[in-house]
Design a binder for this molecule. Structure first.
Ligand SMILES: Nc1ncnc2c1ncn2[C@@H]1O[C@H](COP(=O)(O)OS(=O)(=O)O)[C@@H](OP(=O)(O)O)[C@H]1O
Ligand SMILES: [Mg+2]
Length: 352
């Protein structure tokens, strides 16, 4: 890809994700301290909140405003029709009406894909979640931006599984260090570089590309030293199958259960070495749940494939069509080959 191609788009996307994160932080603080009907259920019974729709609307509106609505198409996760029916008045309706979201069925070239709040379960539980924005050109993810508002630069935070907000408030952290808050990761395909920035603080403007640091995957290739992260919910990924794989390749550490694409961020930042997801047979992975994370890991030096070792196919619509069994992301080829080999060795006896 030519050197500066998409540099303007990347800058805008990063700024927009910073804003979206600021919005999510406000909503999450409200959710954690209050009860009420802020959380609704989607058709598949997974939760959706005002943050999902507001981020979707804000991102779509900002991108159309900057690039012109003819030049930008956004396919976003949430079905705005659902909320129009459910909440025909007030703020939510206003949010929906301002969104210029192209829903499923849009043309597939040069499209921005948005997961406004990935890991909504983590979000409503006061834990990890991500805002994910990716640009796909001719079936290739060319830009990826991942906002991780609860993932500060210190790796230890990943370990406070399920208790992020409780731990934060118990410690009553009032640090002025920007790196103590969350982060935004981003990468452009072919640059060989991936970056992290601290989340902008309340009243500060983002001086592009202030504070950005290069990130790289971990150099650990000994399974005994490697850390695996996987989805929290057993319904989303088969924990006993991944435990068997982990055992057979010689992983020793307890796996980290982390909500959302923060798992991709952890691999790209070098805080963990392996991410695996084996959804139930019949579940079709959606591209916005992976696109941004894949390009960021790859540009940071890692490998992401399906369980057969093939690259994920972003060219066939909103689903990762043809995905072989599951997703495996690793910091390097040595670990990756071992895991893919272990899948081949154990699949037939796994009853999956
Ligand atoms: N049944 C099933 N199997 C596999 N995956 C599913 C399933 N249902 C939903 N999803 C998608 O998984 C996204 C959440 O993935 P996570 O890795 O965050 O899972 S977990 O909450 O940590 O268990 C989640 O993303 P969000 O809806 O953005 O939260 C879904 O797109
Ligand atoms: Mg998602």
């Amino acid at each position: 890809m030519e050197k500066d191609k998409y540099s303007k788009e990347l800058e805008v996307a990063v700024r927009v994700v910073h804003l979206a994160c600021a919005l999510c932080i406000r909503v999450q603080e409200g959710l954690v301290s209050a009860s009420g009907d802020h959380v609704k259920s989607k058709d598949d019974d997974s939760p959706v909140t005002v943050a999902d729709w507001s981020v979707q609307a804000t991102v779509s509106w900002l991108l159309s405003d900057i690039f012109g609505s003819q030049n930008v198409s956004i396919v976003a996760e949430e079905d705005t029709h659902a909320i129009s029916k459910a909440d025909s008045e007030g703020f939510l309706a206003a949010v929906v009406n301002t969104a210029s979201v192209t829903q499923l069925g849009a043309p597939l070239e040069d499209i921005g894909y948005l997961d406004p709040v990935d890991g909504t379960l983590g979000f409503v539980r006061g834990d990890q979640y991500a805002v994910a924005l990716a640009l796909i050109e001719d079936g290739q993810v060319v830009l990826g931006v991942l906002g991780c508002p609860n993932y500060p630069m210190k790796r230890e935070w990943l370990n406070y599984q399920h208790q992020y907000s409780q731990t934060m408030s118990a410690l009553s952290l009032r640090s002025t260090d920007v790196w103590e808050k969350g982060c935004v990761l981003y990468a452009r395909r072919g640059s060989g570089k991936a970056w992290v920035q601290p989340l902008i603080c309340e009243d500060k403007m983002l001086e592009w590309p202030n504070y950005a640091r290069l990130i790289q995957v971990s150099s650990i290739d000994d399974p005994a030293l490697a850390t695996l992260c996987e989805p929290v919910e057993k319904a989303n990924s088969n924990h006993s199958f991944t435990a068997g794989l982990a055992h057979s390749v010689g992983l020793r550490k307890k796996p980290l259960h982390v909500y959302s694409m923060v798992k991709y961020a952890a691999i790209a930042r070098g805080d963990a070495e392996i991410f695996m997801k084996f959804a139930k047979s019949g579940y079709k992975e959606k591209i916005w749940d992976h696109a941004a994370g894949v390009v960021i890991i790859e540009e940071a030096g890692g490998v992401v494939t399906d369980a057969g070792g093939c690259p994920l196919d972003f060219s066939r619509g909103v689903y990762l069509e043809g995905l072989d069994r599951g997703i495996i992301a690793c910091s390097g080829v040595t670990l990756h080959e071992k895991i893919v080999g272990a899948v081949y060795a154990s699949w037939d006896s796994s009853n999956l």
